[in-house]
Design a protein around this ligand. Structure first.
Ligand SMILES: NC(=O)c1ccc[n+]([C@@H]2O[C@H](COP(=O)([O-])OP(=O)(O)OC[C@H]3O[C@@H](n4cnc5c(N)ncnc54)[C@H](OP(=O)(O)O)[C@@H]3O)[C@@H](O)[C@H]2O)c1
Length: 278
């Protein structure tokens, strides 16, 4: 696992539940580093995200001590044990701890690398992470040149931990699993004037573009971890957490789709309304 965080000169990371500062270049660095990966966060950090919603294009695992909580777009874990078990199902390089303070502190021993944006100012933070310059086992592996944002100096530093703690439950199971949750490429589908077809297509299109639409609990995921990937995918598809191109093809076949009575559209998020409006 890796972590990514922006710190001030005292290793402060937040104040009053929010970031100390937001540097556009740093936000871009965060987005490109975590895109398509598994991001792990505490509930407070989730609430601090835009509209308090999980970031799209990533598999979001949220640790929250709230019974029965469901977060559309995320898997909710009720305990650290549950979270660690789930993290162990992914390739360590695919998992990023994205905060906040309590998550960085608890998961630090499991991290092999830390992407630290070092901001040269004192943000008078109320939340901190350990100073990696003073922590045994951690060393600077890479550092960018000093950058400037409206007078604020900062740099991107990568720290390496020579002996990260292994996750007990780590298994080969599935780097693929995260792919199930990622947004897939637009596909071409056909529309025909058939109510049954249109209803089914609408449901599928929705699932296709809204992976984890309903949110899942770690228990639900865990139930399928012992099966093979196929069983898990089958579960996700059956419950409309995801849809696959094959679903659309099967639908076309079922309704005897042909070019004469069909028109084709390219479905992407921008015209999902077209589907919703059928
Ligand atoms: N600078 C950055 O790059 C960066 C990045 C992310 C966040 N932040 C900042 O960090 C601050 C938030 O950090 P935080 O430490 O207050 O909150 P947090 O780590 O984001 O989340 C804390 C939440 O996780 C739950 N939790 C933590 N450990 C748990 C465990 N072992 N079992 C069950 N639940 C657990 C807590 O439940 P309980 O309340 O029951 O303990 C609480 O709801 C904000 O200011 C945020 O802006 C900064």
């Amino acid at each position: 696992m890796k972590l990514i965080v922006a710190v001030d000169e005292k290793w402060g990371i937040g104040k009053n539940g929010d970031l100390l500062l937001s540097i556009p270049d740093d936000m871009m660095y965060y987005r490109t580093t975590t895109r398509g990966k598994v991001v792990v966060m505490g509930y407070t950090t989730l609430l601090s995200l835009p509209k308090s919603k999980p970031a799209p294009g990533r598999l979001n695992l949220v640790l929250a001590d709230i019974e029965g909580l469901r977060i559309p777009g995320a898997v909710v874990c009720g305990s650290m044990e549950q979270l660690l078990r789930l993290i162990g199902c992914f390739h360590p390089d695919d998992v990023f701890d994205v905060g906040g303070g309590s998550m960085y502190r608890q998961l630090l021993p499991y991290c092999s690398d830390a992407h630290i944006t070092k901001m040269r100012f004192d943000g008078e933070a109320d939340t901190f992470i350990p100073n990696l310059d003073e922590l045994d086992g951690w060393r600077v592996a890479d550092e960018s040149e000093l950058k400037d944002h409206e007078g604020l100096k900062y740099s991107f530093v990568i720290y390496h931990n020579d002996s990260p703690k292994a996750l007990e439950t780590a298994r080969e199971l599935s780097t693929n699993m995260s792919a199930y949750f990622r947004k897939k490429e637009p596909i071409e589908i056909k529309l025909i004037e058939d109510e049954g077809y249109q209803a089914e297509l609408k449901e599928l299109a929705h699932a296709y573009f809204c992976p984890l639409e309903k949110g899942m609990s770690a228990d639900e995921v865990a139930e399928y971890l012992d099966g093979d990937n196929g069983a898990f995918e089958e579960y996700l598809r059956k419950n409309h957490y995801i849809a696959a191109i094959g679903d659309i093809e099967a639908l076309s076949e079922k309704y005897g789709l042909n070019d004469a009575d069909a028109r084709s559209i390219m479905v992407d998020k921008a015209n999902l309304d077209v589907i919703d409006g059928i």
